[in-house]
Design a protein around this ligand. Structure first.
Ligand SMILES: Cc1cc2nc3c(=O)[nH]c(=O)nc-3n(C[C@H](O)[C@H](O)[C@H](O)COP(=O)(O)OP(=O)(O)OC[C@H]3O[C@@H](n4cnc5c(N)ncnc54)[C@H](O)[C@@H]3O)c2cc1C
Length: 403
């Protein structure tokens, strides 16, 4: 038994809370517990040796060389925690978290283990862009003329391509789908970003699967080969939940949670990239890899962990900065029956809107934060919209409400 697991603090609520995962969601859970006056013992167990840090800048300002550290707070000690960094959770039994360094008893447990990148087969070295150390090590190698192959034209691939091209690398992005961002926003909208690669001097190979990463380059499906000095695999992530196998907890592309972020095990909650929660708004289980979820959902976990009954029911929000543009997406277009463009995609500012049953359900805004803000409220309202007005960039999004 670790010393961390012995103390209880005689206040209302559980005596011992353990949070697994020292990312944004884990840190925010602790902050929200303390903000609600919880004075009991809290232990934060994180596999990374670093204190919690922010990930979005890793592929943006940090990769561009504008900053070197994204640590979220320097005053962790003011939270009155036992912080166990460099310690990996390995299993879960009733009331006990097992780790590679011991075990921690808990009354309440919060799972916030995030996600880990998916790799490709092959003997060659492939890098990923998930951790601060990944980012610093990759950035140190970005020099003019470096032949950088990025597998995957998703958000991270596009952001890395932006930074690497600006640093003079010869960048090739290899994407199996027919368009960039196809999995996130669909091929039709994603295709509208393809010319951004060309304008930045990045070679984009679409419809090209990769068989393996080999020393010196990529073995391409169909028998081709691409020389590369460095390979970064950016084909997506998986929730980091393998360590929960055998614990009896329900998994469903992540830890299955209800709308209150409670898992199938009593007293155990899940939050952030690792949590697939029941969305009341969309009447289905959803798992997002969005910073906004890791920021805000912990308030719901903390409230419920202390006896509340709050539902987490957001209009999801995500942003990406690529090729000098700010892309912002709000909503969820999984059930949309119609997509329309707002403005001309060749213009500096444009967007895409998804409708379902005449209401706006999702909006992508390129360099138009006002559209995003208004669209988000419109999505929340569920009001019927006039498609022609929505498509006209001269009309504010909020004025697209029909009738
Ligand atoms: C390069 C990059 C750029 C991004 N850009 C954006 C963006 O522009 N906009 C946006 O909305 N989102 C962005 N994201 C996504 C966003 O950062 C994530 O959604 C967010 O970090 C999720 O936070 P989390 O705390 O749930 O998980 P994580 O940040 O992954 O933290 C989980 C932590 O748990 C630890 N852990 C895992 N398993 C164990 C274990 N068994 N025991 C102990 N600890 C464990 C991990 O090591 C990790 O430190 C980006 C992500 C990356 C990587």
């Amino acid at each position: 038994m670790s010393p961390a697991s012995t103390a209880g603090a005689g206040t209302a609520g559980p005596e011992r809370v353990v949070v697994v995962g020292g990312g944004l969601a884990g840190l925010r859970t602790v902050e929200e517990l303390r903000a609600r006056g919880y004075a009991g013992a809290v232990t934060l167990v994180g596999a990374e040796a670093r204190p919690p840090y922010d990930r979005p800048p890793l592929s943006k300002r940090l990769m561009a060389g504008d900053l070197d550290d994204t640590t979220l707070r320097d005053d962790m000690d003011t939270l009155g925690l036992t912080v166990r960094l460099g310690e990996t959770a390995t299993g879960l039994d009733a009331g006990v978290l097992r780790t590679d360094r011991g075990e921690h008893r808990f009354d309440r447990l919060v799972l916030a283990t995030g996600a880990t990148p998916v790799g490709l087969p092959g003997e060659g070295r492939q890098r990923f862009l998930r951790t601060l150390d990944d980012a610093l090590s990759l950035r140190a190698r970005l020099r003019p003329g470096l032949r950088l192959a990025i597998v995957g034209a998703g958000w991270i691939g596009a952001e890395l391509a932006t930074a690497a091209a600006a640093r003079g690398c010869a960048v090739t992005v290899v994407e199996a789908a027919a368009a960039p961002l196809a999995a996130a926003v669909g091929a039709e909208v994603g295709a509208l970003t393809a010319r951004w690669y060309q304008e930045a001097g990045v070679e984009l190979r679409l419809g090209q699967a990769v068989d393996a990463v080999q020393p010196g380059g990529l073995a391409l499906a169909g028998g081709g080969w691409l020389d590369a000095d460095e390979v970064v695999t950016a084909v997506g992530v998986r929730p980091a939940v393998g360590w929960l196998d055998g614990s009896g907890i329900a998994l469903d592309d992540g830890v299955a949670a209800d709308e209150r972020l409670r898992t199938s095990l009593p007293g155990v909650f899940a939050v952030g990239d690792c949590a697939a929660f029941w969305s009341l708004r969309y009447a289905r289980r959803l798992r997002f890899e969005h910073w906004d979820v890791a920021l805000r959902a912990p308030a719901v976990v903390a409230a419920n962990l202390l006896g509340g009954a709050e539902a987490y029911d957001p209009v999801p929000y995500f942003w990406s900065e690529q090729f000098g543009r700010m892309m912002q997406y709000a909503g969820f277009h999984g059930g949309a029956d119609r997509m329309l463009l707002r403005g001309d995609p060749a213009a500096p500012r444009w967007g895409a809107c998804w409708l379902s049953g005449g209401a706006l359900v999702a909006l992508l805004a390129v360099d138009s934060p006002r559209d995003l803000a208004q669209g988000r409220r419109l999505i929340e309202s569920g009001a019927a919209v006039d498609a022609a007005r929505l498509a006209d960039p001269a009309i504010p999004v909020r004025d697209a409400v029909s009738g």
